[in-house]
Design a protein around this ligand. Structure first.
Ligand SMILES: [Fe+2]
Length: 244
């Protein structure tokens, strides 16, 4: 599996606090079946400057665990308004964006239009933890936004409501990637294989292959993810809703 959202790099944000934590996280990720990690510290001017050097220094330690590290960044929506420098995921033209709000900010279509003119595409980080309804998600999807859900959301870490909405988004076809958003080795860890086993039982092996393997691999090549067919998804939701 390839994890496209992870706060692995030490000392840059609220993720790994030091190199030892990072090395422990790498061991855990390897045990979890992860073979590639896109390092996505929260954007700050200093994190932007330092992240690539730190990532390069960790590449050989990661390789010892069979893991390849890729560059990236996680942006809050407000960073887009401030014309901060943009680092995409793994050299693609996808930006990882946290809306940090339960509603879509005024004027977001204009901002996204400008980004599209610069050939950027947007992946919304963990919409299941922000939004309460499908309406903003549908609006974003209609403007070409993709969605990365967090594995631990399905496992109940953020509560029953969040888990239920994560399943709803998956069932409606609004789940292009599942990533860990891991910040450490304990309270906010990887758990992708645990999430995958759960979803293989509920959504099927093929669906999981697309979300955990195919779509992240496509991202590394700059290709768009393959979306689940809505009809297939709705049937899936009918089966699920009795349980959540
Ligand atoms: Fe994050």
């Amino acid at each position: 599996m390839i994890d496209i959202h992870c706060h692995l790099l030490p000392g840059l944000d609220d993720g790994a606090r030091d190199r030892e934590t990072t090395l422990r996280m790498l061991r855990t990720a390897a045990e979890d079946g992860i073979r590639g990690i896109v390092c996505t510290p929260h954007f700050s001017p200093s994190a932007y400057c330092e992240a690539e050097k730190i990532r390069e220094e960790l590449c050989s330690a990661a390789a010892e665990q069979g893991i390849t590290l890729y560059g990236g960044m996680e942006y809050d929506y407000n960073h887009l308004l401030l014309n901060e420098p943009l680092r995409s995921l793994a050299g693609s033209n996808f930006l990882l964006l946290d809306f940090c709000s339960a509603t879509l900010p005024a004027g977001w279509e204009t901002v996204f239009g400008e980004l599209q003119l610069r050939s950027f595409r947007i992946i919304a980080a963990h919409p299941e933890r922000l939004f309460q309804t499908l309406k903003p998600v549908r609006e974003l999807a209609s403007r070409g936004v993709y969605f990365q859900l967090t594995g631990e959301s399905f496992l109940g870490r953020y509560g029953r409501g969040c888990a239920r909405f994560a399943f709803r988004l998956l069932s409606e076809g609004f789940c292009d990637y599942i990533a860990s958003d891991a910040h450490d080795n304990s309270t906010r860890g990887f758990r992708l294989s645990e999430c995958r086993s759960l979803l293989e039982k509920k959504a099927g092996v093929e669906c999981c292959r697309r979300i955990f393997d195919g779509n992240p691999a496509a991202l590394l090549k700059g290709d768009t993810p393959e979306r689940m067919e809505p009809v297939e998804a709705r049937g899936f939701w009918r089966k699920l809703r009795e349980r959540f």
